[in-house]
Ligand binder design. Structure first.
Ligand SMILES: Cc1cc2nc3c(=O)[nH]c(=O)nc-3n(C[C@H](O)[C@H](O)[C@H](O)COP(=O)(O)OP(=O)(O)OC[C@H]3O[C@@H](n4cnc5c(N)ncnc54)[C@H](O)[C@@H]3O)c2cc1C
Length: 515
């Protein structure tokens, strides 16, 4: 049976997958596309995570789509509203008709002979065994996020099995968990932990956050007063655009200031924490990181909610190392024991490239760690493939929008030139840095070996800079010398087995080095 064929196959119906579909519909209206989504619903991250207080930690004026205004008064938004926004976009744009749910992509193999991908997936059902599904497409667009969905990261804690209470990971929050009046210990100090602390402290007996080392925490208003005022006096789209540029400008300024004057920014951040917690609080121990601002993502807390919970004595922070779990809780290296009814391991994610899909080009497996990232979008030696990886120092969507727009420009360029295949070729450029630079969180460091590398210069650099990316992805010419455009060596009139010509340009020369 001939598999069903689409011009573009999008992996994932999260924030980026819906963004990709919107751009295709608008800028490549003649292209057929399909979205394969392993889960039952739209939303990705914003549907998966259900822990108390789940919210954005960047503002929704920059995390919303460029084409759809964010109109809620809260700029730091609850997860439910973000999910509704993504699902609403899919519904209003008719994108939901093109999603096949419960389809997990396992493998994708590129054939230069046919200039197409063969994508193998399984259709999952609660009532029947998995069913294999095969599709083909001209262009494969990975919008599968950056982490493993099946389980989060859980380090091996000594004697964890001895603990008699309940242990939960935020990535698999149990619906039935009742923690009202109970003693809760949260292990971790990242965005998830600082979200959970004030949310659980509302009803828990007491919440203790245990961290090995502190993180920078910055408080901002949940509501963006200027954006809300702009919305009252201007049409929604104008107000949104102005608010968005204001926030892009502020984030860029803060990031650049942190890069150039880290000590000045550090002093300012810690001064704000001291103002929140008062002169008697030990800010030095619990809120003073050893690294420079933005070497790890900063944690945003809306209206200082975490500091309020600490001041009200509903929550506390302990900076120490875990010696062992006990029946009653956790014994720390300092000898202190934290008793708990519930322990939350907010210990992070397992990073995963391209939804864990095995890629192959002309029969050779692709090792992403041996490729170079082209503009942070494509991989050297891998034809007709793009993926979305957003910013680590700003909202994900800013880059997702640029990448989706770029992929449409690329597809339209290929149509105009009458070529079916595009392959980034590094032409001697070699790996100079990992995909994400100057960023030290454990979950990123653990995974980077398996991700594409950066070269030393453009277009092989992965910028964390919206202005530079706007120029590179939106305005620069598509044909920049690093992309190889070609057609399959055979026409359909010539059977593949009759081909005797030497290796053509369309075939990647060596996939052991990937281009
Ligand atoms: C708790 C949390 C909070 C965050 N907060 C922010 C924030 O405030 N601001 C910000 O900018 N970023 C934030 N992020 C990053 C966040 O992931 C992005 O905001 C955004 O959701 C990424 O969208 P995405 O569509 O690229 O990926 P995802 O949201 O991860 O969606 C990927 C989709 O692909 C599907 N998929 C994956 N593999 C396969 C496969 N093999 N086959 C079929 N389908 C597959 C998944 O099921 C999922 O639906 C946060 C992340 C987490 C985990």
């Amino acid at each position: 049976m001939v598999p069903e064929h689409f011009d573009v196959l999008i992996m994932g119906a999260g924030l980026s997958g819906i963004d990709a579909a919107y751009h295709l519909q608008k800028f490549c209206p003649n292209k057929s596309y399909i979205i394969l989504e392993q889960r039952e619903r739209i939303g990705g991250t914003w549907d998966l995570f259900r822990y108390p207080g789940i919210r954005s930690d960047s503002d929704m004026l920059t995390m919303g789509y460029s084409f759809r205004p964010w109109t809620h008064p809260k700029a730091i938004s609850p997860g439910d509203d973000i999910r509704d926004y993504i699902a609403g976009t899919a519904h209003d744009e008719g994108i939901d008709r093109n999603i096949r749910f419960q389809h997990e992509i396992k493998r994708a193999s590129w054939s230069s002979q046919e200039a197409q991908w063969t994508v193998e997936a399984v259709r999952k059902s609660q009532h029947a065994p998995d069913e294999p599904v095969t599709l083909t497409c001209n262009f494969l667009f990975s919008c599968a996020g950056y982490y493993r969905y099946s389980a989060g990261y859980s380090p091996e804690f000594p004697n964890a099995g001895r603990f008699k209470g309940r242990m939960v990971h935020p990535q698999a929050w149990p619906e039935d968990l009742d923690y009202a009046g109970k003693r809760v210990v949260i292990i971790g100090s990242g965005a998830t932990a600082v979200t959970l602390v004030p949310a659980m402290a509302k009803t828990a007996g007491h919440v203790t956050m245990v961290q090995r080392s502190p993180t920078y925490i910055i408080s901002a208003s949940e509501q963006d007063k200027i954006a809300n005022w702009l919305r009252r006096v201007l049409p929604a789209m104008w107000a949104y655009r102005l608010g968005r540029w204001k926030n892009v400008g502020f984030m860029t300024y803060l990031y650049q200031l942190s890069q150039h004057f880290p000590n000045f920014v550090k002093k300012g951040l810690l001064k704000k924490v001291r103002e929140q917690l008062g002169p008697d609080y030990d800010v030095e121990t619990h809120f003073t990181p050893s690294y420079r601002p933005w070497e790890q993502r900063m944690c945003l807390v809306p209206d200082a909610d975490m500091f309020q919970a600490i001041k009200a004595d509903r929550a506390s922070v302990v900076t120490d190392h875990i010696e062992t779990f006990t029946e009653k809780g956790i014994l720390l290296k300092s000898g202190k024991e934290l008793e708990a009814d519930v322990i939350v391991t907010a210990t992070g994610l397992v990073m995963q490239a391209f939804g864990g899909v095995e890629l192959a080009v002309d029969g050779l497996p692709v090792d992403p760690g041996k490729t170079l990232a082209y503009k942070g979008v494509m991989m050297s030696g891998v034809p007709n493939f793009a993926s979305v990886f957003g910013y680590i120092n700003a909202s994900w969507t800013l880059k997702a929008d640029l990448i989706c727009n770029y992929v449409c420009r690329l597809l339209n360029f290929m149509d105009r030139k009458g070529v079916r295949q595009v392959t980034p070729k590094d032409r001697g450029e070699s790996a100079a840095a990992s995909f994400v630079e100057h960023f030290t969180p454990g979950y990123i460091q653990r995974a980077l070996a398996g991700w594409p590398k950066q070269g030393s210069k453009s277009p092989w650099r992965v910028y964390q800079n919206y202005a530079r990316d706007t120029i590179s992805l939106k305005w620069k010419s598509v044909a920049d010398g690093a992309l190889d455009f070609s057609n399959p060596p055979q026409t359909s009139a010539t059977p593949a087995f009759a081909r005797t010509s030497p290796r053509s340009e369309a075939e990647p020369a060596s996939l052991s080095r990937m281009g």
